[in-house]
Design a protein. Structure first.
Length: 563
């Protein structure tokens, strides 16, 4: 039986009622960022926060001093602080799986060993035992002490995984490419669509390739299918190259030199044929989408080196500590979570854009989609009762400036509210000039222009003053008052990226807490997995075909006719 108290229904709290009245009053008076800035010269100062070394500006969000106060009342009413402390201390807040939620322990310093004993496990000691093994392994691969079966140095890593065992590593690898200093490139295979493996393996020399199979459960259909395919590709190619002779011993030796695994199910790893020496574990208190800073990040340690990975963990830790210790009113991490509730439940926002002004972060929105939507896309609360409000907005985005030429039209002038987070960094590893122009400044100018246009818009009179014909004026008006948060940092370092990830992990937690959701299970992905197993035989088996619903049958008949 779970000892976690039942969720408090946020919608029944006085704070919710007060927020509703406050919202209605703001709408009635007319929301005007221009007016709010004019009325309060300290607005920027009051609504700008430093979390770790991230500089976060909420001044162009649709909030006033009173909104902040009421949102914090709501956070307190539903017990955000208590649940946060319960999470950090290892309580089983993942009630449907009866598990602790301890991704924050993955970045605790070694000196804290012995201070967090959960379910009989010295969590921090275990974390560092695996980290140290990974660092030693990565050092060997990076230095060339670890060699392939034919004695060649490893130059490529192929990581096979999906969901949380893929999106985090890919995103971070892409984001931190400038720090990959060992001449080892990584490729990530996730999709069971054979096209993915075909493209990622193309041109690879198996003699210089190390494969990492990443799967928390080591039962995921896509990952195991791809793992077998990569194993066959590797062994056949090594044999063709004369690197192995095809005997069982030489194949086993090749697997030992070219395959490692990351999983919580080390028995299944061994069954697959991977030497337990080459397996790196983690624990069921790390959710897949919260696991990039566990052994799941092994490819990153190999590509970037242990030192950079430690800096990465340091960034997470900085935000964890900030989130834990900062009072709600000044806690921008908590405020961003509460503000998302404000937009979803009081303004009816259905989606949230994440717009990095940094090409290296091009997979960050995809990563956040799993983090946020697999966590909070739920209709049932952690005690099994239905949710009492809308939950789980749709996260999406693309880097600027590309998005400006694609979907920003809707954010500027469409009929939906799309709160947007802009993420940018002052410095770039590639300073370039176009004549006199610093190109990075031109780029950042766009970030500042977009957030300004969204906040303050353009009135009909301003449009007319440009000599626009009257009939076109309405089409060229920008209403403004479209909320944005600006997250500005010095440089996209491993530390800063760790901070960014932890920031969104905790935002997700805060929203889940207000909605009463267990943000750490993902039962919604199970039905499709079960059905795929049941349907697949119907491509060839008539008896299986007749068991399907009419729509599925018709599609399979189309498949049969065209194959
Ligand atoms: O299908 C969803 C999911 O369970 C994710 O939550 C998880 O990250 C992914 O599959 C991969 O699972 P595993 O790491 O066990 O292969």
């Amino acid at each position: 039986m779970s000892t976690i108290p039942a969720p408090i229904d946020a919608t029944q709290t006085p704070a919710w009622k007060a927020l509703q009245e406050h919202h209605d009053r703001l709408v009635e008076e007319g929301i005007s960022l221009k007016g709010w800035f004019a009325a309060d010269p300290e607005r920027v100062e009051k609504l700008t926060f430093e979390a770790g070394d991230l500089h976060i500006d909420l001044s162009r969000d649709l909030i006033t001093d009173e909104t902040v106060r009421l949102l914090c009342d709501l956070g307190r009413a539903v017990g955000v602080e208590e649940r946060r402390d319960a999470m950090f201390s290892g309580a089983h807040i993942n009630t449907t799986e009866d598990r602790a939620v301890l991704h924050t322990a993955l970045r605790r310093p070694k000196e804290q060993a012995g201070t967090l004993i959960v379910d009989g496990q010295d969590v921090v000691a275990d974390v560092h035992e695996v980290l140290d093994r990974m660092y030693a392994f990565a050092d060997k691969v990076r230095s060339g002490a670890w060699r392939g079966v034919s004695g060649k140095k490893i130059e490529h890593v192929v990581s096979v995984g999906i969901g949380g065992s893929d999106l985090g590593p890919v995103m971070v690898y892409e984001a931190l490419k400038p720090y990959a200093d060992a001449g080892i490139d990584c490729r990530y295979i996730s999709n069971i669509d054979p096209n993915d493996a075909a493209e990622k393996l193309a041109g690879l020399d198996p003699e210089t390739t190390l494969v990492i199979i990443v799967s928390k459960t080591f039962t995921t259909l896509e990952t195991l299918t791809n793992a077998r395919e990569v194993r066959t590709w590797m062994l056949d190619a090594l044999e063709r190259a004369g690197a192995i002779d095809g005997s069982a011993e030489s194949r086993a030796e090749a697997i030992r030199k070219h395959f490692v695994a990351v999983s919580t199910a080390l028995d299944l790893v061994e069954e697959f044929g991977i030497d337990p020496e080459n397996a790196f574990g983690f624990w069921n208190w790390v959710g897949g989408r919260y696991s990039v800073d566990s052994a799941v990040g092994l490819s990153l340690i190999v590509a970037l080196g242990p030192e950079r990975f430690q800096e990465f963990l340091g960034g997470f830790r900085a935000i964890d500590e900030y989130f834990q210790k900062t009072p709600l009113e000044e806690n921008v991490v908590a405020l961003m979570g509460l503000m998302n509730v404000w937009y979803v439940n009081f303004f009816g926002a259905e989606s949230h854009a994440v717009l990095p002004y940094n090409q290296y972060l091009h997979r960050f929105p995809a990563y956040l989609q799993q983090l946020t939507m697999e966590s909070n896309g739920k209709g049932v609360r952690w005690d099994g009762t239905p949710v009492t409000s809308a939950t789980g907005e749709i996260f999406w985005g693309e880097p600027g400036t590309n998005g400006q030429h694609a979907f920003y039209q809707l954010i500027h002038q469409g009929t939906r509210m799309v709160p947007a987070d802009f993420i940018a960094f002052v410095n770039t590893p590639h300073p370039v000039r176009d004549g006199e122009q610093d190109v990075h400044e031109l780029f950042l100018g766009n970030f500042l222009a977009q957030t300004k246009a969204l906040a303050f818009g353009k009135t009909a009179d301003e449009v007319r003053a440009e000599g626009t014909p009257e009939e076109i004026v309405p089409a060229r008006v920008f209403t403004g008052n479209r909320p944005t948060t600006s997250i500005f940092g010095d440089t996209l370092t491993p530390f800063a990226l760790g901070e960014l990830i932890a920031l969104y992990e905790h935002i997700t937690f805060v929203q889940g807490t207000v909605w009463g959701i267990d943000s750490y299970d993902q039962w919604g992905v199970e039905l499709g997995k079960q059905l795929a197993k049941q349907i697949t035989p119907a491509f060839h088996d008539d008896a299986a075909l007749t068991e399907q619903d009419p729509a599925t049958q018709a599609l399979i008949r189309y498949y049969r006719a065209h194959r």
